[in-house]
Design a protein around this ligand. Structure first.
Ligand code: ADP
Ligand code: ASP
Ligand code: MG
Length: 449
């Protein structure tokens, strides 16, 4: 399929671009210099450039491990002080590389860049971007480098935005400076029909709507942080997700209308030319970091579920699927199961401890090794029978479905963690997602960490 031409907003290109480079793309000195050369090229082509950088390589993981070596319950405020350093290092080093190429660069922390967040340490939300300092530096012909993944809270503390949060920094800055596009440079050539590390036959998608990308990110496609897509949709920021290793166009994440127009060219009589261009299913996504918590013997009375959900929400635990059933012979009590990200298990258990004793819940059980596989596609809205096909395919592969949830354009199944890769490949094949520009194992792309 040829790459669609995506016009600029209102047909007029603005002169500012935001370029975000992920951890693998700035992992060592050579890659920082390579990113610097690419940034300078953009500037020399006449654009004002704001750059957002992630911490180098696995630096954030290393910092987390450092903290856990000191304390098994590090204070979230101090975690944020620690984790925010990774992206600052990248920015200072990249600024040096850009200066050496004869341009003037300035690196800024999230706080200096005016990113104001709420006070939820380690998962803060951006409330405001006061971009004056960035705009001043751009007016002085500087290339501005902003440390991703961080901000300053309304209580004046350093905060971080959750794993993958540099994507959200980039989109927020693109909105604040009125950039025409937010370019996300990463270690794969774009958004694929499945994680190409799990399904080597996955196909690069040329255009994806915000609606579909939201479902993909929320069900495990970590290539774009969920909040970055939410922010982009709310503020109308067009994302171009592409490889930092070559110059080939990647995936455009744009409004539903723009995506539909790009995906299904219209003929002269304004009918859709080719339905094959608009497939039923767009992608298969997965997560291997799910945990299931079961509360056995919850009183079957009004208000119990509310009490449980409130306790979890107050601790910032993101609950995904919820199932409640009444075991036979015990009409007064029910069992409630839900999934949470594995990293949130401890917070969930702490949040639930008082509720368990308050409500007299019989048992709290945690199963940490769960996974989830989902199919996403706007075409699903108008086609019955997709769920039946998903369940049949998983059944044929001997994969037991533990929980199910759906949205109008997504079907998700919780399955045993170890069977997730097989489930992804089975569904990808069954829904015919492999394409002509599919990457085969013998044609590796980019460089993996
Ligand atoms: P960065 O450090 O550049 O932010 P990430 O690791 O956060 O990179 O995101 C890129 C990774 O996302 C890829 O290496 C890939 O394994 C993973 N990924 C998961 N699902 C998808 C998908 N559907 N398309 C592309 N990449 C995906
Ligand atoms: N460095 C942070 C992380 O590893 C943020 C990011 O890379 O987007 O999650
Ligand atoms: Mg990322």
């Amino acid at each position: 399929m040829s790459t669609p031409t995506i016009p600029s907003v209102n047909g007029t290109a603005t002169d500012t671009v935001v370029m975000k480079f992920g951890g693998t793309s700035v992992a060592d000195a050579g890659r920082i210099k390579r990113a610097a050369a690419r940034i300078v090229k953009k500037r020399e082509a006449g654009q004002r450039v704001v750059v957002v950088l992630s911490a180098r390589g696995k630096e954030t993981d290393r910092l987390i491990a450092d903290a856990l070596e000191i304390s098994d319950r590090p204070a979230p405020r101090e975690m944020d002080m620690l984790l925010s350093t990774g992206e600052r290092v990248s920015c200072a080093l990249a600024a040096m590389a850009i200066n050496d190429l004869g341009h003037q660069a300035i690196s800024l922390t999230g706080s200096q860049a005016g990113i104001v967040t709420d006070t939820s340490h380690t998962k803060a939300r951006i409330l405001d971007v006061r971009a004056d300092r960035i705009l001043e530096a751009l007016d002085q012909d500087r290339i501005v480098l902003v440390a991703g993944f961080q901000g300053v809270s309304t209580a004046k503390d350093v905060t971080t935005l959750g794993r993958g949060g540099s994507d959200t920094t980039a989109v927020a800055l693109a909105a604040a400076v009125g950039a025409d596009v937010c370019e996300i440079y990463t270690d794969v050539p774009g958004v694929f029909s499945a994680d190409p590390r799990v399904e080597p036959h996955a196909k690069k998608l040329d255009v994806v709507s915000f609606e579909e990308m939201l479902e993909m990110s929320s069900s495990g496609a970590g290539v774009l942080q969920l909040r970055s897509v939410e922010y982009a949709r709310t503020h109308g920021v067009r994302i171009h997700c592409r490889s930092s290793f070559d110059d080939v166009p990647g995936t455009w994440v744009v409004s539903e209308a723009e995506a539909e127009a790009a995906n299904a060219p219209r003929t002269a009589d304004n009918t859709k030319e080719n339905k094959v261009e608009n497939p039923l299913i767009t992608a298969v996504t997965h997560s291997t970091v799910e945990a299931r918590i079961t509360l056995a013997g919850v009183p079957d009375t009004p208000g119990a579920a509310g009490q449980i959900a409130t306790a979890l929400a107050d601790k910032g635990v993101n609950v995904d699927m919820i199932i409640q059933n009444e075991p036979p012979q015990d009409g007064a009590r029910a069992d409630m199961s839900f999934t949470v990200p594995r990293d949130d298990v401890r917070a969930a258990e702490e949040a639930l401890a008082p509720v368990v004793s308050d409500l007299g819940i019989r048992e709290l059980r945690t199963e940490p090794e769960m996974g989830k596989v989902s199919i996403v596609g706007a075409g699903m809205k108008t086609h019955p029978g997709v769920a039946a096909q998903v369940f049949t395919v998983l059944g044929e592969h001997g994969i037991n479905i533990e929980m199910i949830s759906t949205s109008p354009i997504r079907i998700s199944c919780v399955v045993p963690g170890a069977q997730v890769p097989e489930a992804v490949r089975a569904l990808h094949g069954a829904f015919g997602l492999s394409g002509e520009d599919t990457i085969r194992p013998e044609q590796p792309f980019g460089e993996f960490s």
